[in-house]
Design a protein around this ligand. Structure first.
Ligand code: HEC
Ligand code: HEC
Length: 502
């Protein structure tokens, strides 16, 4: 990447051509990919950054936005970070492991991104060493410290119906003095969730939480039901609670955000949309040749009404092979074939069924039975976005044995259910991240994670809350392993190609 930039500077014209040629994979586009806290740049109303599969576009409704003095972009706290440090426009308002690696190389590990508090495996480790930040550099994970015993999203103490023991603690943050269940906290490691396309995440799809069978928690600010679709463990039910948590922990901001700062951050979060915009493999923009898959569609669509799943999520992409003869003539055979693959991928996602087994939140409580035969879209059904319309969390097995990989760099916990056993795992569960159970205090919720959106995936590998899948193929391979689906090689590639243009 650096070579490309150097060439671009010395030979502007040839450099521009070269940048075009190298756009895919080389990330040679903007020397200003990285948004540093407090640099005061203007965020344009529409901004493109290349990635491995084309370009991502970020739209700011009412933009351009002057970021000078804006609380999302200014380093508010002691460690020099801003919200934008971990929610970067080039990375679909999340942060890829690759960007973390590039920051490490560019700053010798001195960027505030790597702050000891949660940008290292544990603050007790020697901070100058790369190995102390391996979870962030290799898997894009930040440390998330939760209180033990559990406190609910509103700060109320909850008496958990399970005990937690630390089986293995490779980084010290669950057993060193001041850390771990004995000291009143549990540390888990999680991916950054994108701060964009928020109206879909905040939409209330159901009058209650069907996955847990609980009533929806009411928003402390307006008394209305909450969507239940924020954060891996739903510990912050609305944007205000979320940003207060973020500013005190990630930013180490000792004071409270002012009402004016809260409003500005919230307004920004509600105005930003991001998705893949163009795909060289498909021969161009996602909103050309009859397609309407880019971020403008996300901005202009609305989440489905209460209890509905809205317009079929993947219909935009399932239509990609219905292309006029005139447009087809503009494409190479490879581009045409790619578009057909994306369209097939959308149909595989929607129509190809398999047996969904032992996934708490779907196979228990919901009344669907265990197993239930359905497709990817059963869980990923929100209009345009692919998060879940129904509030609540699902255990896909990503953080829990036997389905999660036996990693030796993550802490491992043994959960013992005190009353009812877990519906699928029994009384004893081995988990790397109890997920929603750290908010609800219920052993039936161990391993449950809030579904993320599926947009901008190409800009923000690795995937799943703990970075288990290093690329899109890894996602498909995980599902194949988890549910023994029996996808053909073609179906797997079609799904990967679909996800690469979302
Ligand atoms: C050190 C990195 C870091 C910084 C700085 C940071 N965040 Fe985050 N953000 C995260 C991580 C990690 C998550 C996911 C946490 C989880 O799921 O438990 C997240 C999640 C979120 C979410 C939830 C999105 C969703 O889909 O659930 C929002 C909203 C958010 N952050 C806003 C902010 C705001 C506002 C700020 C500044 C006050 C901020 N973040 C600063 C790392 C960061
Ligand atoms: C039983 C419900 C369910 C089904 C069926 C399902 N998913 Fe998921 N999906 C989830 C949950 C829960 C998560 C979040 C898990 C985590 O982060 O650890 C998730 C996360 C993802 C993510 C990660 C997004 C990110 O931001 O990291 C992708 C991509 C994905 N699913 C694709 C698929 C595909 C492709 C299929 C079909 C093969 C599928 N899903 C079927 C429940 C489901």
């Amino acid at each position: 990447m650096r070579v490309t930039n150097r060439i671009k500077r010395s030979l502007p014209l040839a450099g521009a051509a070269l940048a075009l040629v190298l756009a895919v994979g080389a990330r040679g586009d903007a020397p200003d990919r990285w948004w540093s806290p407090g640099e005061g740049r203007v965020l344009p109303a529409s901004l493109d950054y290349t990635n491995e599969h084309g370009a991502l576009r970020t739209l700011v409704v009412g933009g351009p936005l002057k970021t000078r003095g804006h609380p999302f972009f200014e380093p508010l706290g002691a460690n020099g970070r801003a919200c934008v440090t971990c929610h970067q426009p080039a990375d679909a308002m999340s942060l890829s492991a690759r960007t973390a690696q590039e920051r490490w190389e560019a700053t010798g590990g001195k960027d505030p991104l790597f702050a000891a508090i949660d940008g290292s495996n544990c603050p007790i480790l020697p901070q100058g060493e790369k190995a102390s930040h391996s979870l962030l550099l290799e898997r894009g994970l930040f440390r998330v410290q939760r209180p033990w015993p559990v406190r609910a999203f509103n700060g109320q103490p909850v008496t958990p119906d399970f005990t937690i023991e630390v089986v293995r603690d490779p980084n010290g943050c669950n057993s060193a003095p001041g850390y771990g269940p004995g000291a009143g906290n549990v540390s888990v490691y999680r991916r950054v969730r994108p701060v964009a396309n928020m109206k879909y995440l905040l939409a209330v799809g159901f009058p209650f939480d069907p996955k847990q069978g609980y009533a929806l928690p009411l928003d402390p600010d307006d008394g209305k039901p909450q969507s239940g679709n924020l954060m891996a463990d739903n510990r912050a039910g609305n944007l205000r609670l979320q940003m207060e948590d973020a500013s005190s922990v990630h930013l180490e901001f000792a004071r409270a955000l002012t009402p004016a700062q809260i409003k500005r951050i919230r307004d920004f979060e509600l105005s930003i949309y991001t998705a893949q915009q163009s795909s060289p493999a498909a021969g161009g923009g996602l909103d050309t040749m009859g397609a309407t898959g880019g971020p403008a569609k996300l901005r202009d669509s609305q989440p489905g009404a209460l209890g509905s799943i809205g317009t079929p999520v993947w219909s935009e992409f399932a239509a990609w092979d219905r292309i006029s003869a005139e447009d087809a003539a503009k494409l190479t055979p490879q581009q045409l074939a790619f578009r057909q693959s994306v369209a097939r991928g959308a149909r595989v996602f929607r129509d190809r069924t398999f047996l969904i087994t032992d996934s708490a939140g779907i196979n228990s409580r919901m009344g669907f039975g265990n197993p239930v035969r359905n497709s990817c879209v059963f869980c990923h059904n929100m209009t345009q976005m692919g998060n879940d319309v129904a509030p609540g969390q699902v255990d896909l097995g990503t953080t829990t044995q036997p389905f999660a990989d036996p990693w030796d760099d993550l802490p491992l916990f043994r959960i013992t259910c005190l009353n009812q056993p877990h519906p699928h795992y029994g009384k004893i569960i081995l988990t790397y991240d109890p997920g929603f159970a750290l908010t609800s205090g219920k052993c039936a919720d161990v391993g449950k994670i809030t579904l993320q959106s599926m947009r901008g995936l190409s800009a923000r590998a690795p995937y799943f809350s703990n970075g288990l899948a290093k690329d899109l193929r890894g996602v498909v391979d995980y599902y194949e392993r988890r549910y023994k689906i029996g996808y053909t090689e073609q179906e797997k590639q079609d799904l990967v190609n679909l996800m690469s243009v979302l």
